[in-house]
Ligand binder design. Structure first.
Ligand SMILES: Nc1ncnc2c1ncn2[C@@H]1O[C@H](COP(=O)(O)OP(=O)(O)O)[C@@H](O)[C@H]1O
Length: 176
């Protein structure tokens, strides 16, 4: 949703693909001040969930509450929404949707290091192989705003951040 304060960028991808790392670097290098919203953390901090699922060690998000919390920030603009799913957001919200991808064996190592239970590692790994998040993004947003980027090493990271920052600079030019 484009407005005076800045664009709304969704950075999505399977857990461990590098969303938070990318979002933080983009904030640091952006020519426009941006707020990084780690939606998963928000859900926990602001208790925007219905229940905690012990077996999967994850929260069942209260969608209505979450969207109500995010709406004013998105309307003001200048935000990065960082979450492992993107189909819950209204289509009109996003100006750019970045889907991060990672080789599944690398992803496995990252999630193992994070201390995820085996079941959760397997579930996420399978989702990455099946490109669940990419398909979700493609079916939820116009194809021209969805960008798939590999995130396997620091070179990828630098290139991706550079591309996103260049996109923000172009947005700034268009809106000045
Ligand atoms: N492109 C990359 N190159 C090297 N390490 C990466 C890359 N992307 C992510 N990582 C590492 O993988 C781990 C998970 O990254 P993170 O940004 O927390 O993922 P997400 O927010 O998608 O769950 C971190 O240790 C991070 O340093």
């Amino acid at each position: 949703m484009s407005n005076s304060k800045g664009p709304v960028i969704v950075i999505t991808g399977t857990p461990g693909t590098g969303k938070s790392t990318h979002a933080q670097l983009v904030v640091d290098e952006s020519p426009i001040p941006l707020q990084h919203i780690n939606v998963g953390e928000w859900v926990k901090e602001k208790r925007l969930y219905e229940e905690y699922d012990e077996e999967w060690q994850s929260y069942t998000v209260d969608e209505d509450k979450l969207l109500d919390e995010l709406e004013p920030l998105v309307t003001t603009g200048g935000v990065i929404l960082d979450w492992h799913t993107c189909e819950m957001f209204p289509e009109r919200w996003a100006d750019l949707v970045v889907v991060l991808r990672c080789d599944h064996s690398k992803l496995w190592d990252r999630l193992e290091k994070r201390g995820y239970p085996l079941k959760k590692i397997q579930e996420n790994n399978e989702a990455e192989i099946m490109q669940v998040v990419l398909d979700e993004a493609r079916s939820s947003y116009a194809p021209e705003i969805v960008v798939e980027l590999q995130s396997e090493n620091t070179e990828d990271l630098e290139t991706n951040v550079g591309r996103i920052v260049a996109w923000i600079s172009a947005w700034k030019e268009d809106h000045s």
